[in-house]
Design a protein around this ligand. Structure first.
Ligand SMILES: NC(=O)c1ccc[n+]([C@@H]2O[C@H](COP(=O)([O-])OP(=O)(O)OC[C@H]3O[C@@H](n4cnc5c(N)ncnc54)[C@H](OP(=O)(O)O)[C@@H]3O)[C@@H](O)[C@H]2O)c1
Length: 388
């Protein structure tokens, strides 16, 4: 049987590393043809030795030189920046795994879909800022996105081809993050160490902070709207601290179909790589419901998690607001991770950016990128003038 050629974008990150773990367990099914990373060329060097891809991309030309020196007489072709990411996404591969974090994932997604590829997709920020554009590309070039985010992989399995007019309600679950039981005032002053301690998932730093503010769930609402063509009032967020039910769909006949499984991203990664085939799980990750014992559900508290409310409002308003939400959130999370603002300031910065925005209806990639860079510039100015 011919092995499927896979390109992994963000191979040094949490999703990228786990994707390579899954591929390692299925060497007869997959061949790694391209790897793309940002700064971590030490780990990338090890991955190149192990998987022997043909194409590599790193963040910039300086890192490309450093990598070349580390590899000594490399037989791989090394590229860098957006051009490298776009090349790897359109190379002779069958599947592109997009495990990049933030809007840097947009151009390679466009490149992969413009070449009619299957994209196993984790990079939610791309769908938040350019969902309409991405859907148009899928229709035009017959590419496809298979969700890899656990909640969206769950919804994909629950819907399983049933037409969307039969859907009454979508239940998007959230663990509630590390501050579920804290008061609103305690949360505002949470430290970076406290915010990075997620109770159920081990993930990269940006999504871990987004999970603590519940912005992650807000971004996922918009992601689900684009992936499944749902309106936002169909999507309900339930806090589910056990993180065993990854999401559910209620249909018009009153039946609710839910997807349950272990809290481990290797499951949705395997699902997206093999879809629609089902394969024996090669890891000891079967979920023992008897040991879980109870599944709890709560309504989210907007006073504690104002970022979720902001995201709902943005999902409803549409236009260019999702671009503003995403860009200002990326800047605010970065400032928090660098110790420059408090946890409570994240929401204040995003609110200010949204309030200051005059919406438009961006139709092209250029318009989206122009709004994105303008918002980033203005958000940093707000921080620099201490006007938060
Ligand atoms: N982690 C999870 O369990 C999980 C679950 C569901 C969805 N997601 C989504 O998956 C995406 C990735 O999350 P993650 O947790 O895996 O993030 P992460 O651990 O921070 O990894 C991000 C990856 O992107 C690379 N990268 C960052 N900036 C880059 C740039 N300018 N050029 C090239 N590469 C760049 C990083 O490279 P270096 O490290 O080499 O700099 C790294 O390989 C996010 O959109 C997240 O919301 C993640």
């Amino acid at each position: 049987m011919k092995r499927k050629k896979v390109a992994v974008l963000g191979s040094t990150g949490s999703i990228g590393r786990q994707t390579l773990d899954v591929i390692s367990a299925f060497r007869d099914d997959f061949e790694v043809i391209g790897l793309a990373a940002g700064n971590n060329i030490q780990l990338l060097t090890e991955q190149i030795k192990e998987f022997q891809p043909r194409f590599i991309s790193v963040k910039d030309a300086f890192l490309a030189q450093e990598l070349k020196a580390l590899l000594k007489n490399p037989s791989v072709e090394i590229f860098w920046n957006d051009i490298g990411l776009e090349f790897i996404s359109s190379c002779s591969c069958d599947i592109v795994v997009n495990g990049l974090v933030g809007s840097v994932g947009l151009k390679p997604t466009i490149s992969a879909l413009s070449h009619g590829k299957r994209v196993a997709f984790a990079n939610k920020e791309t769908l938040v800022i350019a969902g309409g554009l991405i859907q148009d590309l899928i229709k035009k070039h017959k590419g496809e996105i298979i969700p890899l985010d656990s909640e969206h992989a769950a919804i994909h399995q629950c819907i399983n081809g049933i037409s969307k007019d039969k859907v009454r309600k979508v239940i998007l679950t959230a663990s509630g993050g590390p501050f579920r039981t804290w008061t609103a005032d305690e949360i505002k002053n949470a430290t970076k160490e406290q915010a990075l301690k997620h109770p159920t998932w081990v993930m990269g730093p940006k999504i871990t902070i987004d999970s603590a503010t519940l912005m992650n769930k807000g971004l996922e609402i918009i992601e689900a709207m684009h992936l499944f063509d749902f309106s936002c009032n169909l999507i309900n967020v339930f806090i589910h601290p056990q993180s065993i039910m990854h999401s559910a769909v209620e249909f018009i006949d009153g039946n609710i179909i839910a997807q349950l499984g272990a809290t481990d991203m290797k499951l949705p990664i395997q699902y997206s790589l093999f879809y629609p085939e089902k394969r024996q799980l090669p890891f000891n990750l079967f979920c023992d419901l008897l040991s879980v014992q109870k599944l709890e559900f709560e309504k989210p508290d907007y006073k504690k998690f104002p970022c979720l409310k902001l995201a709902y409002e943005v999902a409803e308003k549409g236009e260019s607001y999702p671009v503003v939400l995403n860009a200002s959130n990326e800047i605010a999370v970065d400032l928090f991770l660098k110790g420059k603002i408090s946890f409570g300031d994240i929401e204040k910065i995003i609110s200010k950016s949204l309030d200051a925005h005059s919406p438009t209806e961006p139709k092209s990639l250029e318009e989206i990128l122009s709004i994105d860079s303008e918002v980033r510039k203005k958000t940093i100015e707000v921080f620099d003038t201490s006007a938060i």
